[in-house]
Design a protein around this ligand. Sequence first.
Ligand code: SF4
Length: 435
Amino acid sequence: MTSLTVQQKLEILADAAKYDASCASSGAKRAGNGKGIGHSDGEGICHSYTPDGRCISLLKLLLTNYCTYDCVFCVNRVSSDIRRARFTPDEIVTLTLDFYKRNYIEGLFLSSGIIQSPDYTMEMLLQVAKTLRTVHHFGGYIHIKAIPGCAQRLVDEVGLYADRLSANIELPTQNDLVQLAPEKKTAVIETTMTQIHDRKLEAEEDRTRFHSAPKFAPAGQSTQMVVGATPSTDREIIARASGLYTSFKLKRVYYTGFSPYPEADTRLPLKASPLIREHRLYQADWLMRHYGFDAEEITTPDAPELDLAVDPKLAWAKRHPEFFPVDVNAAPRETLLRVPGLGYKNVDRILSIRKYHRLGLEDLRKLHVRLKDATAYMIAADHLPAATPLNLFAAPSDMAIAPLATVTRDAAVPLPPRQMGLFEAAARSAMWGSL
Ligand code: SF4
């Protein structure tokens, strides 16, 4: 291992780091063909988003791909027959500065296999971040992997130098960990997440009193979950992610579809998890973070897997015809957010435009609303959706109220008059957004 050049180590350890998606550039598989430029399937430099929305390039490395743990799904596990390499902290510092000065990168993402102990490994990672910040006054972005089980003092210190920290939850349930990562314990991982969360809260409180108090991991913490390596359902995965967002105020949960590798353990599936499943999980994750959906609404106990053919918001809308159509010119924000094809930014634009203008389809088209999905679920100034399968005045199903009228694309067709129920008006006004 010691005879390897820095270049050789870089090849091995940048390649090994590509399996960690928690700095976000997973999902793309576009191998370069040698004729054009670019290769999204490679390794070494990945892209990430800073809290202010900038997309930046990060040097993505492992300190070492040696690991004393034997997580069955991981190519770096102790029993894996792969080439091993290990950087010294100084080598990583030099590489980061060299790449930064050549304008190849704007920051560093650094993770590691666990060598000797969690404390020892965390000390090495800390040394890199501390040297970059205090010796070289490096102002770029630094994302450091927090090693679960390391001492609180190390977490406290590394957060002073890193912009973001992440401790990987690895698998959705403790039972999954018992099966495939026996050395990892949910309680230990969550303790590290709690330490980061609590220390960050303390630092923010300190800064409200003393502006010069140091920041702690200002870009927050994230985590990564491998999906498809165990039979855990999407419902369990989404519930787990929701719990993590609530308990630890995570910025992001990253989902990585399991990919099989040669001579893998027989407990692992032979087929890779489909990329579309990862994509649907990210969509479900956005529904929770930006669209006000609860985890248990996104799937049902009877159908706990996400529909791979339909995005989860559209799937929810199809299961809840009683909620639609929604009037874009009157409905409140939380109702508009449920309309398929309406993104949360467009909802905010609609809310500000409709103060002085009733929006029609052409207005929505100019806002780049996905009308193909949206028109069946919404009412605009010049648009009513087709009658089937939607009832304009349909009440929530638990109210069991007969419809007052059905609507065709051209005109409302009145039904025979009848006495209104006590709650009908409320139900109807909710549909029109005037509650
Ligand atoms: S601890 Fe991390 S690097 Fe080590 S085997 Fe498990 S997943 Fe892989």
